[in-house]
Write a protein that binds this ligand. Sequence first.
Ligand code: HEC
Length: 115
Amino acid sequence: MKATMLRIAAVAAVALSANAAAAETITERLDDRKYFADGQAAWEKVCARCHTTVDDKTDQSVGPDLSVVEYDADTLKHFVRNGHLAMPAFAAAHISDALIVEIADYMAKNVYKGE
Ligand code: HEC
């Protein structure tokens, strides 16, 4: 009986700590400056999941290659806020206007391959 009670207490303790960890993760995700440290992090964690930057026939990315056009922040903002075909729209609470400017800057320097 005592062993059973101890086991129940142990299970409850594990469940409680798991809840605390989950709540912490959700709160961090709501803070976009914490979740994406900068334009590069946002590009890698969001955009690059769907967009390729290699012109490779074996590539199976759902989004188009974004290295062939240089996008300014306003154009990127249009696509990010409205979505496009299979691309979802992102709200400002997820990707702020300032972060879109940082993504555009990162893409111009590191993704765009030029003519
Ligand atoms: C869930 C997958 C997905 C994610 C995540 C995603 N995109 Fe897209 N994106 C797409 C698809 C699909 C298209 C449209 C493809 C087409 O025109 O057929 C697209 C189109 C675009 C275009 C227009 C390309 C053109 O010239 O036609 C831009 C610019 C763009 N995305 C930027 C971004 C940026 C910046 C991010 C990150 C904030 C991002 N996308 C995140 C899937 C995604």
